[in-house]
Design a binder for this molecule. Structure first.
Ligand code: SF4
Length: 366
């Protein structure tokens, strides 16, 4: 089974009678949308989208997720979505939500979701209330009010898909999938229904084929093992470029990847489960995680995966990422784990200067 494209996924969802939501990054309750008959299609700075319509609305130093995302909604295929969900991931996305709600006023309803910046009990209660508010808004838009049983079933399905995501992100089976194939599959979670994602992962990476240890190699020179960090790896040819330099991505700290490894939840209240799930992911700069926690988590993941360095491949002007980097670099360097930070503008090709810097980093690690 081929991985369906976004266009395929939208067509199939429409045939099912679902509405389509254009969802901005990063964290949101997929199960809540699905239980209301809404298929989320995420919008992560598509490189082929002409950003002109978005550039006209935002300052030049807004990141590409916001400018390309706005352009896609205003002047691209996103015009056809039935609703827009903007989580408050960062100031830039809050700005996009405000511009949509207060100035552009698109024909579709614009929904928001505010995240707490801590993991205390008060934060969890705040998030639970936010999710109930979002549920009320979804009911008003769709006219559907799922019962608890429907919500629990949707949560269970999404959690089964989260376990497949963990299989892809935490355990490598390079004989089965190249880095690019693996992350193409990881990124299909951005638009495929959980059921389709589960089928695809089970077919390509059955549980029995998981390799919890080091990846096999063909006896030639061992690739340099890297952890890839940042928001989103665009264009996806970055994986081919990294492999071509003699390196392999063995772990990630990507917002579209491992930062969404939510844990299984239990309990009688579906909204409490949704809140628990969203707060169960690894440390994340957009959720205000303390840098010490992030450093410890990254060090552990790099040691487990054998990664020798962290390549932060970063969307230009991403403030939440940039805030953490100086201290993170110091802490990782104290563990003898070097870090390289490069920024990119979303485009269909990667600047040669960026490639040169990555290549020099890989050579340094060899
Ligand atoms: S790239 Fe960074 S600044 Fe831009 S929307 Fe994502 S988290 Fe926010």
């Amino acid at each position: 089974m081929q991985i369906p494209t976004r266009t395929d996924a939208i067509a199939i969802a429409r045939q099912r009678g679902d509405r389509i939501a254009g969802v901005l990054p990063i964290h949101y309750p997929r199960a809540l949308l699905r239980a209301h008959g809404v298929q989320p299609i995420e919008i992560w700075a598509p490189p082929r989208q002409d950003p002109t319509a978005g550039n006209a609305q935002f300052q030049a130093y807004a990141c590409a997720i916001v400018r390309h995302g706005a352009a896609l909604l205003l002047d691209g295929p996103g015009r056809d979505v039935d609703l827009i969900l903007v989580p408050h991931t960062c100031d830039a996305l809050q700005g996009l939500g405000s511009v949509l709600l207060d100035f552009i006023k698109p024909r579709q309803p614009v929904l928001t979701l505010y995240h707490p910046r801590g993991r205390r009990q008060a934060d969890r209660l705040f998030l639970e209330r936010e999710l109930r508010r979002l549920g009320d808004r979804l009911q008003a838009v769709t006219g559907r009010q799922p019962g608890d049983a429907e919500l629990h079933a949707a949560i269970d399905t999404e959690e089964a898909a989260n376990e497949r995501l963990a299989r892809l992100c935490l355990r490598q089976s390079p004989a089965a999938l190249s880095d690019r194939e693996r992350y193409t599959l990881v990124r299909s979670r951005e638009y495929l229904p959980a059921e389709t994602f589960i089928t695809l992962v089970d077919a390509r990476l059955p549980e029995r084929q998981e390799e919890a240890g080091r990846p096999a190699h063909d006896g030639a020179r061992r690739p340099v093992r890297l952890m890839l960090g940042g928001i989103v790896p665009e264009p996806m040819s970055v994986f081919d470029a990294i492999n071509g330099m003699g390196a392999a991505v063995v772990a990630d700290d990507l917002a579209c990847g491992s930062r969404r490894l939510y844990k299984r939840t239990r309990g009688p209240d579906p909204y409490a489960r949704l809140a628990d799930s969203l707060m169960s992911g690894p440390p994340d700069p957009t959720l205000g995680s303390p840098i010490a926690e992030r450093a410890e988590y990254l060090t552990t993941r790099m040691r487990e995966s054998g990664a020798r360095g962290l390549l932060v491949y970063d969307v230009k002007f991403c403030e939440p990422e940039l805030f953490d980097l100086p201290q993170l670099r110091d802490r990782l360097s104290a563990e003898r784990l070097p870090m390289l930070h490069v920024e990119f503008e979303t485009a269909t090709t990667i600047a040669q200067q960026t490639l040169n810097r990555i290549e020099a980093f890989v050579e340094m690690l060899q």
